[in-house]
Design a protein. Structure first.
Lengths: 340, 340, 340, 340
């Protein structure tokens, strides 16, 4: 039997880092090489989270990038790109969970993120890590840009229709709701329990959330657009999960039957995407703690449909998808360690 | 000083009944005449809720309708109408919190509610109890149909634009989210804590929820329609509150400035409606435990706007609005007992 | 009719300050004179909380202490005492919600709070503001030390037995559970939504929480002690409320009947304390958003009883009790503005 | 490689059944033979829970007991015992998650459960399935009585001290708090979201909860008792988890050091029990979704300690422990399928 692959986690003490560790510890073919933390370097992992994981936390500068096969980068955008470069230089593969390599156009990156890209030379080699769209390219990649949480739910929910050019109107209304772990583990008034609990609030509505750029890039890559997105994220008083309710208007010749066949055909062999039977609606309960994306289709009236798409933002929306990408990059069975 | 008015509550042991009692006990001009309960007749109120309210619970048949000035009806639709008739016959005013008198057209009622109307002769005298639209008629009414919770949030959120005929497209997307008390106090798997907590789910999406009929009736009463609503309710893991996120497309000559003036003008003197300044977004925290409706306006792109409207479903969406209607019917100051 | 009293709130932008404002705005005999805020001076109140309260926020140094009748101090311990002194010098009454004047012994204060008392000369004139124990002294007080939240629930729950010297063992086990608002509005990992939600955790158990000092002082003031407290606070994933479950061992001649009579007799005329009938158990639902303390008594076996005591930590445990104290100090009816 | 063992689940559509299925599907050596359901027989599993598990649900009478190796019984007490008998007669091993075989004395069973035992002849062969106490006996068992959730947390939290006879006083105060899944999936007002959320309440306090019998049996089996338990369960507004806060008084010669060594020694090789270092306190976050029991020890004063013990009521408190027992009974590695 072959040795296990060694993986390193950069930025292991945020929620995505913790989730990665939980998944990778159960992964039968991976073992943890190192964990870094900016805030807790010098401590043990189990001092930072209420868990028994007893890894030392080191500073990112001390990470032995060359001694592992894969490095997961759970860093803020801007900070991540240079570490990705060093990772590749050290000969390891990099899976970047930040936004740094998601946008192929550095000008778009600068526009949406407010600063110049830190490693534009790597953009051409980065692969957008949504396996349902780019599986083959991911298999050969050295650098994968793990998609954002909202974009994962939205792109998977719309892709079959977009790919087939089914939309009559290019306007798509996306009303998304996310659990609080999506906001990160940093302390702030916005994530204070009393401010969030028993509350529900929209934020950055319309066309201002950075994830819009990623959704547009991918939907427009279909060649059937350009699409005009209206995106309204809301903060849900739950720990994890994203539900996106999407409103689309299709061409006349798209019957409800054809819509179903379009989705079911496209996702027929996908291990982590499920299209619910007519009459059932996607919910967070369908996906919590799994790497699944569950999609429901509701006809409203001729040509008008509501698509609901649910994921766990920490799993399929971040760390689970990252491991799915790792499995592809390393030639493992795609489901390995991600069974539900 | 005049004597207090006496009020009776029919169906006092649901969540709207409990909320009514909480409000009315603090109301300086009202006193409780009787409380009925189908499930708990013969017990005391304090045995049914964790509260110190020590009223006897009687069967509805025993309610001395003629000994009170106002009767609040918190009954299921179909059951409510005959009791409303008896209330009027007994000489009291009736405020009906069920759906029985909200639709002016008995055929529409039968279509949406699945059975014949039980008191169609009263429909012409019933007034739809949304004070911001029908204040003068409510003042003289003997029978008020208290609006539904979702319709209150949606109609108040759209009315200024609809009244002024600002919509270019007659299609309106309404994505609503409601707390669990809106589902009533009856035990069911759908309201089981474990099924709702850490979950979030759409239900009855598209054009199937009964409240659509009420929204359409009122929006179309503007004469600027007809409007085509797509309505998606979702169940939020909170006790109370509704937030409706609405997507509209306006005529070219409606600038953001004009939209604001339209709302601010219409609601300028309303005691319970607030239009937030640009850049702020309505949330449940704005309205919890108050009789307020808080509205925010977000421009997306030319002609396209997101309107968010928040209410507490048990207060402005039910019992608070019922007391507001009582205040109007009896000539009290409209805010009496509803200060926040 | 007399003019309203004017009140000032020092530190108005924490949770107790917000709760005070909510109560005082509905109080028929009070009006807001000023609100201070360390963090938000220069802004308006409505910019800090999702509410319509439109007060200017000023720095504490600019507060016109002499132009109001009563000043509520919602400041951290240590910071509060000097402002209390200035308040009294300016001729206003002070109700201090910090811990600064709760302990009568400055040495005890120094031991538990880790620094010297800032205004020891005022300790002899401060009255511990628990109306059920010190009503008459509060009526004449210029400076009231509003009790801590845990001590309010514990002292009210034990006092009748302690006063009558009913305890065989001087050991009392107090297992308390508090909502998150008790931890204040400052952002920290401990109050991050994801850390608290779906979690439940003890903290500072045994004999280390500062509120132990206050409980011991008051229970021992009965002359029937000294008592030995074991106090275990826990953090509950709710916004508000404290439930204390207390275990006591009584002398042989204390039958269940006598225990009940002891509590019912002592609290017979108390407007805000309720002793539940046998078989019912106190819960947060009994007290949420009210100034009530609800107590239940459960016999376990001969001489051994469980006393449960519930309050809303922001109301009876802080701001409601402060207003109750204000009512007493100013000769108002004690319930004024605190009806439930 | 040997074939997988086949398992059947009787009563698969409650929360423990669902959790069993989740664990067993990931178990590398088990496969699902059948699932029964009283309420949903004839439907598919995925119609009952928001999950992709596509098993047919059959009536218990139709379960092919003889075609599986192990049967998990997730039935109410009283109903379970006869099915256990049939399971053994069919040649399969039985792991009973009900209370039917936990008490060795049928008279005690009748006293606490209010009806005669339905299969008293099996009591002598049933083994109490707490591996930390009875590992060897479980290995050879045909019938295992899976412990109750509260008893698991309490017995594991107290056992080292009890075994060594460390307690000076035989009185033990146990203040437990449980998530709502412990109350089952049946719809009732007590588990209605609005009644539980933002609430916290004790129930069955003192000496009345049925699980007391189980705790006493096991603690007294040490021979160092008899112990006198005071047990206060409370309902927490979370889905899963139990935290028990326990108050004990030890003999003089039990220093804090000796207490630690007692626990650390006893649990040194236990795969699922962790004793936290001094200063850390057990919480639900330590154990959620794992088969772990986490214990903390807090000295209060000479001889007086607070022991906190946390488990996930659905995993170590039910289905995880059942699989741990299965692993032992079938000679698998004890951790198999239960890694965290």
């Amino acid at each position: 039997m072959r040795d296990k692959v060694r993986v390193g986690i950069i930025g292991a003490t945020g929620y995505t880092g913790y989730e990665l560790l939980r998944i990778l510890r159960r992964h039968p073919a991976a073992e943890i090489g190192f964990c870094t933390s900016e805030s807790y370097a010098g401590q043990r992992y189990r001092e930072v989270f209420a868990c028994p994981y007893d890894y030392p936390l080191i500073a990112v500068e001390e990470a032995p990038l060359g001694e592992v096969d894969v490095v997961f980068l759970c860093l803020p955008h801007g900070v991540s790109a240079p570490v990705a470069r060093r990772t590749l230089e050290a000969g390891a593969r990099a899976i970047d969970l930040s936004a740094d390599f998601r946008l192929r156009d550095p000008a778009a990156y600068e526009r949406w993120y407010g600063h110049k890209h830190e490693a534009p030379e790597l953009l051409p080699v980065a692969v957008y890590g949504l396996p349902e769209l780019y599986r083959e390219r991911i298999r050969g990649a050295q650098l994968v840009a793990n998609p954002g949480c909202y974009p994962t739910s939205v792109i998977l929910g719309l892709w079959p229709l977009v790919r087939d050019g089914a939309l009559e109107r290019k306007t798509i209304i996306v009303d998304s709701k996310s659990g609080v772990s999506g906001a990160g583990r940093g302390a702030s008034l916005k994530t204070h329990f009393v401010e969030v609990n028993e509350n529900f609030a929209p934020y950055s509505v319309g066309y201002s959330h950075r994830h819009v750029s990623e959704m547009e890039q991918e939907l427009n890559a279909s060649g059937t657009g350009p699409y005009e997105l209206t995106f309204s994220p809301h903060l849900l008083p739950v720990n994890r999960g994203i539900l996106s309710t999407m409103y689309v208007w299709l061409r006349e010749d798209w019957s409800a039957q054809r819509v179903r066949e379009c989705y079911e055909g496209f996702y027929a062999n996908e291990p982590f995407v499920e299209v619910l039977p007519l009459g059932q609606l996607a919910s967070l309960a369908h996906v919590a703690n799994t790497n699944r994306c569950v999609i429901s289709i509701s006809p409203v009236r001729a040509g008008h449909y509501i698509i609901c798409s649910a994921i766990d933002n920490l799993v399929k929306g971040a760390s689970g998808q990252a491991v799915q990408n790792m499995n592809l990059m390393l030639g493992f069975e795609e489901r390995l360690g991600l069974e539900y």
